[in-house]
Design a protein around this ligand. Structure first.
Ligand code: SAM
Length: 238
């Protein structure tokens, strides 16, 4: 999989590209990441990258004649072009699962007041990482790349993403590690019992408890099965 990012601030990706996850993906040739500095492509031309908006108003808008020539140069039949914008569909785990199979993703990061609408119209889809406004699309691009890459085969230990939050429309159960007791706080004894069935049941119930408390909306996306309904009854009676 190749991911190209069109940005005005490529230096923001320096730390991300050094992260263990990305380094593993690059070394194993699971992903190729290309950070493209839009400024380089307009350097020497008479054009600026941004201009004040037609119709008046605050801030600057990224010009389509700065971005579209770069996009058209790298876009192929295999490319899937994503514009990062607060106006896009919200990025969720299922989006990551869908996009991880793409051959070539192109992520376009805006800045300032945003991108000229004619750039947005060239996208295959628009993605937002949540209902808040950031100063640029660089952090959203890194969020998306991180979540996709970690799902790729060969990055995490096999099966380690199966129980993770959102994979099954539930939050993950609480995790503990050594020491078994810390300043009087004990790890639940069932986790030390070695009884796999009891551990499975405890995890399922605690996953439900967290989901009911923090994300009850997930229980509407996938209705509880019979086993889960029983645990929900038990939790409600505690
Ligand atoms: N004026 C725009 C609006 O009100 O929707 C906001 C522009 S924002 C300051 C600048 C850039 O940051 C956007 O073009 C986009 O690329 C990126 N951005 C900001 N918040 C985002 C979010 N929640 N999801 C994805 N991209 C975002």
């Amino acid at each position: 999989m190749k991911i190209s990012v069109l940005t005005m601030f490529p230096q923001m990706f320096d730390g991300f590209l050094c992260s263990p996850l990305v380094q593993r993906a690059l070394k194993k040739q699971i992903a190729e990441i290309e950070i493209m500095d839009i400024k380089e492509y307009v350097q020497g031309s008479y054009r600026d990258i941004d201009e004040s908006p037609y119709g008046g108003g605050n801030g600057m808008v990224i010009r389509c004649d700065a971005v579209l020539p770069v996009l058209n140069r790298i876009r192929t039949e295999q490319s899937h072009v994503i514009v990062l914008t607060p106006a896009g569909n919200t990025f969720v785990q299922k989006t990551a699962r869908r996009l991880m199979t793409a051959d070539h993703l192109i992520l376009i990061a805006g800045h300032y007041e945003g991108l000229d609408q004619r750039i947005i119209e060239e996208a295959d889809e628009c993605i937002s990482i949540g209902d808040y406004v950031l100063s640029g699309g660089e952090l959203p691009a890194m969020v998306i790349m991180d979540s996709l890459i970690r799902l790729k085969e060969g990055i995490l230990r096999e099966g380690s993403s199966e129980d993770e939050s959102f994979e099954n429309d539930r939050l993950e159960y609480p995790q503990y590690t050594k020491p078994a007791v810390y300043e009087g706080k004990e790890v639940p004894s069932v986790l030390l019992s070695g009884n796999h069935e009891k551990i499975r049941i405890w995890r399922k119930k605690e996953s439900l408890r967290l989901t009911m408390r923090y994300r009850p909306d997930l229980l509407e996306i996938r209705e509880p099965d019979e086993e889960e309904q029983e645990y929900i009854r038990q939790i409600n009676n505690e």
